[in-house]
Write a protein that binds this ligand. Structure first.
Ligand code: ZN
Length: 134
């Protein structure tokens, strides 16, 4: 599996985007709102990986809660799967705890699902799959 992106929880996209743009010398994508997670997302496409900046838009957004508990920082690592539904079934059958048993819609027209960090040494792992255009 390929590491697709790293998700970073930030308090403010407005403040963080220019910092990351300065470091990587690329322009961030337009901010996208993901209803499902109550987050605003901006991505920076680097050579072999994307950086995903995440800002909670609501007190009960998982990103807002994460920042409250642990401060800003790396939120998750996302690995690309060719068949996320099959992969989730396989992991479940192998006793890996899942947060999402079914894929959900994430940013960038991707299907995503999170594994439970209790199964993965405290690291939040996301599986992602590019959606084919219907
Ligand atoms: Zn992600």
């Amino acid at each position: 599996m390929k590491l697709e992106h790293i998700g970073i929880a930030v308090k403010s996209l407005q403040e963080s985007i220019p910092v990351f743009e300065k470091i990587f010398k690329v322009k961030a994508t337009q901010i996208e709102y993901v209803e499902e997670q109550k987050v605003n997302v901006a991505k920076l496409h680097l050579e072999n990986i994307d950086i995903e900046l995440l800002e909670g838009t609501d007190v009960d957004s998982p990103i807002t809660k994460f920042i409250e508990k642990r401060g800003e920082g790396i939120h998750h690592c996302s690995f690309e799967s060719e068949n996320i539904t099959e992969k989730l079934k396989e992991l479940k059958n192998n006793d890996i705890k899942l947060i999402n048993e079914e894929p959900k819609i994430g940013s960038d027209n991707m299907l995503i699902a999170f594994l439970h960090p209790k199964s993965t040494a405290g690291v939040l792992i996301e599986l992602s799959q590019k959606r084919t255009k219907e």
